[in-house]
Design a protein around this ligand. Structure first.
Ligand code: GDP
Ligand code: GDP
Length: 435
């Protein structure tokens, strides 16, 4: 599981600036999917060789009305879910009462805090840090989020120690295909999971392998082994009377990360919502194979069916690679097909793409459609190789390769996707100038 860091602090101390700096490289990958809207509060980042989930909590310590106080509640919920907190203060404003209030809240929670003084460029380091010792949260680190100074070491200090022997998706074939069922509250996740686990003489070894709060439930279906990654407590809430757990986007993101393939459940009665689109964005961001389960398809009026199909085309054009299944978790229709789709997506995501095939395809594609000229010289794409799986990633090298326009990239992606029959998985393509 990737560790979660929450950014907290008063408004205007530079939280979004730091968030954007740390998650920017990820945005470049997401740019492969035009039309994808991002949730700017939750982001994936890579610092040094560590991957993490970053939460921008918005402002704390300055609430002046109920709405703001409500937002603060949400920020504190994020703090409670985090493995560590970066508490940002403003080195130009100096220590304020708002900072004191945030510090008190953090101390009460006992979560590990790294105190970081921002806007430190051009300021004397020790003198700038000095007054913040009074917060009683240890040594303040001075950084500049805008210019990048000190950012990496501050984040590294805030990360929990690296756990040993973590399994990457795809590295444990014996445990079966790791699958997560995610979606907004009430779309039918628990109903679906109970169907998956409960029918057709499914084998459930309970209590197997609990990583932090993730529960891994192995099950078998038609002789195939699977592992359900259940971080959101979906499985445990099997009875109607049990209290509905608070929907946690953070736990959802962790489940997505730990899974190899994600079944994303939506509610046909409600249509496609912003939150559905955001969740899908995170799945793509994490590079996971994906199946769309449009649930509650039973007894749906024909005009609503039409509307939902149209909505998907219109609102989710960036997931045209994913299978759509119209299902009823309640009645069990279409549910078996979901696992077939998930297996196919998983297999696609792990495919080895032979270098010889890639290069022949590249050659043919270039012959059929020359890349355009840039500054009077034609872009030359020379050779391709696979850089990884889960998701499949291809690197193409050449002269001015990185200047190739988006449309050409898409053309190549489609060519590769079609030839290798890559279904249900994002495909990453990097065009790299030089060798
Ligand atoms: P947030 O409200 O905590 O998310 O703060 P923002 O990231 O929106 O930043 C508030 C203001 O501080 C903006 O005008 C930023 O440009 C500025 N700012 C952020 N980081 C730095 C920094 O490292 N140095 C300086 N001088 N200004 C910064
Ligand atoms: P979760 O919060 O996503 O886990 O959703 P639940 O599985 O608890 O389902 C929420 C509600 O939707 C419950 O009342 C279910 O009975 C109902 N529901 C789930 N799947 C279906 C379905 O396929 N058709 C219909 N009509 N209702 C469903």
């Amino acid at each position: 599981m990737k560790p979660i860091l929450a950014l907290v602090g008063r408004p205007n101390v530079g939280k979004s600036t730091l968030f954007n700096r740390l998650t920017r490289s990820r945005d470049a990958l997401v740019a492969d999917f035009p039309g994808l809207t991002r949730d700017r509060q939750y982001g994936e980042a890579r610092v040094g060789d560590r991957d993490l989930v970053l939460i921008d909590t918005g402002g704390l310590g300055a609430a002046s009305d109920d709405v703001e106080a409500g937002m603060e509640d949400q920020a504190w919920q994020a703090v409670d879910e985090a493995d560590g907190v970066i508490f940002l203060v403003d080195g130009r404003d100096g220590l304020s009462a708002g900072d004191q209030a945030v510090a008190t809240g953090l101390r009460e929670r006992g979560v590990p805090v790294t105190l970081v003084v921002n806007k430190g460029e051009g300021l004397p380091r020790e003198a700038t840090a000095a007054e913040f010792y009074a917060l009683g949260l240890g040594e303040p680190r001075v950084i500049s989020a805008a210019h990048g100074q000190g950012v990496v070491s501050a984040v590294e200090a805030a990360l929990p120690p690296e756990p040993e022997g973590e399994e990457e998706p795809g590295e444990a074939p014996d445990a079966g295909i790791p699958v997560a069922v995610v979606g907004r509250p009430n779309v039918g996740k628990s109903t679906l999971v109970n169907r998956l686990l409960g029918e057709e003489r499914v084998l459930v070894h309970d209590g197997a392998g609990t990583t932090r709060d993730a529960v891994r439930v192995p099950f078998e279906r038609d002789g195939e082994r699977w592992t359900l990654i259940d971080t959101a407590g979906v499985r445990r809430r099997s009875k109607v009377h049990e209290t509905v757990e608070k929907f946690s986007i953070v736990k959802t993101l962790q489940a997505v990360d730990a899974a190899g393939v994600v079944i994303l459940v939506m509610d046909a009665r409600e249509g496609i919502t912003d939150q559905d689109a955001h969740l899908i964005g995170h799945v793509i961001d994490a590079g996971r194979a994906l199946v769309l389960a449009i649930n509650k398809w039973d007894h749906l009026p024909p005009e609503q069916k039409e509307k939902v199909r149209r909505d998907i085309d219109r609102r989710l054009p960036f997931v045209d690679f994913a299978r759509r299944r119209f299902v009823s978790a309640l009645h069990g229709t279409g549910v078996g097909k979901l696992l077939d789709d998930a297996r196919r997506a998983w297999t696609s995501a792990g495919r080895d793409l032979p270098t010889s095939d890639l290069n022949r395809l590249l050659e043919d594609a270039v012959a059929a459609h020359q890349p355009p000229m840039v500054r009077g010289r034609r872009i030359k794409l020379r050779y391709a190789h696979q850089a990884g799986t889960h998701p499949p990633s291809i690197v193409v090298h050449g002269n001015q390769a990185s200047k190739a326009p988006e449309a050409y990239r898409r053309y190549l992606i489609n060519t590769f996707r079609k030839h290798f029959k890559l279904e249900g998985t994002p495909l990453r393509l990097e065009l790299r100038t030089g060798d």
